[in-house]
Design a protein around this ligand. Structure first.
Ligand SMILES: NC(=O)c1ccc[n+]([C@@H]2O[C@H](COP(=O)([O-])OP(=O)(O)OC[C@H]3O[C@@H](n4cnc5c(N)ncnc54)[C@H](O)[C@@H]3O)[C@@H](O)[C@H]2O)c1
Length: 596
């Protein structure tokens, strides 16, 4: 029989604590909510009432249930009020000495059988537990932000946590409607160990002015389907908390440079820019604690103004290539009202591409996304050719041939001879340097990267990659085309992986390393990222879809260009690729897909 928890205590009612109080009180458990001062207590109370009032306004909570919920919470200053609770969860700032002091005091105040839990994200639960005389009753219960919404709880057992305590806490999580993963005490556990290197890297991109905050966030939301961009997520977590987590992970997790907090984070914390809780972080919010972003001096000027700036007129587009990307791109431009010339290496290939475009458009008609007239009009706009010379008078060429530098360079040299002056020459490369391709022509100012995502007709994102030679007109033209296609274009520099792949693949590689170290299972890691961070797929599900060979190639490029030791491909990834287990396409990757 699992232990009954009739009352629990929560210490610290900040970003996490207030949410944790709500989780317990919503589930009929009495809560003693404790803060350090009456002012902090009132802030915590206001967070809780604000959150429950919003739930009532949205129709997710009845008024009577809200009142019952609030009546279950006893707000108190000082730890003395926790003398008779069955479990305490500590959610004070991420400092080891502070947590150890609090646990020593809780040990004195709480009844002997009470379980003492920490919500720490990165500190050692073991080190916290030894501040008490009952380390076997100390455990980590790591909720995710916002606690009332996120389903995951990481239950962290130390080498001395008793099995009963682990089982009781697991049963409690189930009662709270949460999904738990139970793991050992390691810096960052599952989710943060995979998340924080990525967040820090994104801040580094912003600090280096590689891309704007809006573009970095839009890239990860639209390119990977994440619920929030990394900078908006830093604001939600709180920059002070994020700094402490990174700093601890750096020190505890083998001094991986990717966890050394980017200097900008410390500067922002010092300046009081803590994120949502202080009303300003990477973005500016309506008021402290508000989720509503308001314009500030970094807000881009109205897009129409920026788009009109020197953009050339584009009516006729050439698309070179006959693979998946070229096919999708032809469809995108044809549906977008452009006249399209498709160029392949032969009539047979052209016929195949034409068939594929037709099939996809037909699907659109069946799904009711397109009328029959629109399909006919789109097809009518495409000319099929096997001769590059037909591109002499197009306004834009989009190249989507095989990902080999020599092939792309030869093609661009030919385009340079064939195309009229002023044409924009774009490459869809996802891993090569755009400048390498540009320098194969006599007009590098007209060359740009237009990185479409697969499937091109569906994915709303395009990365617009400027080289150091790309002209302002070429960039403006690319942005205007992107907007006319109804896509979100994000502007970035010509670095390996651009924004999305540079942030995504190291995270996937880290997940493989975590599995390789036997810290957790593929299922639990996938669960943790989906339920703790709201990702649409776990890393192993995604790797099997993307292809392990593709992931390995991208990771190798990133490693070669940036020379970051942490980017070295995981040996397990290399072995699986060598063994031919490359994912769904081969029937087996991290999982067996043959019978699914
Ligand atoms: N922010 C997140 O997204 C997140 C997610 C999961 C876990 N965590 C972890 O949760 C813990 C709390 O983080 P946070 O972001 O909520 O911090 P926070 O700064 O928002 O809140 C901390 C609260 O603790 C209170 N406090 C400080 N000293 C106290 C004391 N002696 N007694 C009682 N209360 C005290 C403060 O007044 C403040 O209200 C940290 O260990 C953090 O790593 C944070």
């Amino acid at each position: 029989m699992a232990r009954e928890f009739t009352s629990v205590g929560v210490v610290g009612l900040g970003t996490m604590g207030a949410g944790i109080v709500e989780v317990f009180a919503r589930n009929g458990i009495e809560v003693v909510a404790v803060e350090i001062s009456s002012a902090a207590l009132e802030r915590g109370r206001a967070t809780l009432t604000g959150s429950t009032d919003r739930a009532v306004a949205k129709g997710k909570l009845a008024e009577a249930d809200r009142d019952a919920l609030l009546s279950r919470v006893d707000f108190q200053v000082g730890l003395g009020a926790l003398h008779s609770v069955d479990l305490v969860i500590e959610a004070v700032p991420e400092h080891l000495d502070l947590k150890q002091r609090i646990f020593a005091e809780l040990d004195r105040v709480c009844k002997p059988e009470a379980i003492l839990a920490t919500n720490t994200s990165s500190l050692s639960v073991t080190e916290i537990s030894v501040a008490t005389t009952r380390p076997n009753q100390v455990i980590g219960i790591h909720f995710f932000n916002p606690a009332p919404v996120m389903k995951l709880v990481e239950v962290v057992r130390t080498v001395v946590t008793s099995a009963d305590v682990v089982a009781d806490v697991e049963a409690l999580c189930e009662r709270l409607g949460k999904v738990d993963v139970t793991i050992n005490d390691r810096a960052g556990f599952i989710a943060n160990a995979l998340l924080f290197g990525y967040l820090n890297h994104a801040v580094g991109m912003f600090e280096a002015r590689y891309a704007s905050r809006e573009d970095i966030d839009a890239a990860m939301k639209l390119g990977c389907g994440l619920p929030m961009g990394p900078l908006a997520l830093m604001d939600l977590i709180g920059l002070d908390t994020a700094y402490e987590i990174l700093d601890t992970m750096y020190r505890r997790g083998g001094r991986d440079r990717r966890h050394a907090p980017v200097p900008l984070i410390k500067q922002m914390v010092t300046a009081g820019l803590l994120g949502r809780k202080s009303g300003r972080g990477f973005y500016t919010y309506e008021r402290p604690g508000s989720p509503k972003v308001v314009p500030d001096e970094q807000t881009p000027a109205a897009t129409e103004v920026a788009l009109a700036d020197g953009a050339r007129v584009v009516a006729k587009v050439g698309v070179v290539g006959s693979g998946t990307m070229a096919t999708g791109i032809i469809e995108v431009f044809a549906k977008g009202g452009y006249e399209v010339i498709s160029v392949t290496r032969g009539a047979e290939k052209s016929a195949k591409v034409c068939e594929a475009v037709k099939t996809s458009l037909n699907k659109g008609v069946v799904q009711g996304k397109l009328s029959e007239e629109e399909r006919e009009a789109a097809l009518g706009r495409v000319t099929w050719s096997a001769t590059l010379e037909h591109l002499a008078d197009v306004d834009l060429v989009v190249e989507a041939v095989v990902e080999e530098l020599s092939v792309k360079k030869a093609l661009f040299a030919s385009l340079d001879e064939i195309c009229k002056p002023g044409v924009v020459l774009a490459t869809t490369t996802s891993s090569l340097s755009v400048i390498d391709v540009a320098m194969a022509t006599q007009r590098p100012a007209d060359v740009i990267g237009l990185h479409f995502f697969n499937p091109a007709p569906i994915m709303p994102l395009m990365e617009i990659v400027r080289t150091i030679r790309t002209s302002a007109e070429t960039t403006a033209t690319a942005r205007a085309v992107c907007a006319a296609l109804g896509k979100t274009g994000v502007l970035c520099g010509d670095r390996s992986g651009f924004i999305v792949n540079a942030l995504l693949f190291p995270y996937l590689n880290d997940a493989v390393k975590m599995l390789e170290a036997s810290y957790s299972t593929a299922d639990d890691i996938d669960h943790a990222m989906k339920l703790g961070c709201g990702y649409p797929m776990g890393p192993f599900e995604l790797l099997d879809v993307v292809g392990l060979d593709v992931a390995l190639a991208i990771q190798r490029e990133l490693y070669l260009e940036l020379r970051e030791p942490g980017f070295a491909p995981a040996p397990l990834l290399e072995h699986l690729v060598t063994a031919g287990y490359v994912g769904r396409k081969s029937g087996r990757g991290f999982r067996d897909h043959t019978n699914r």
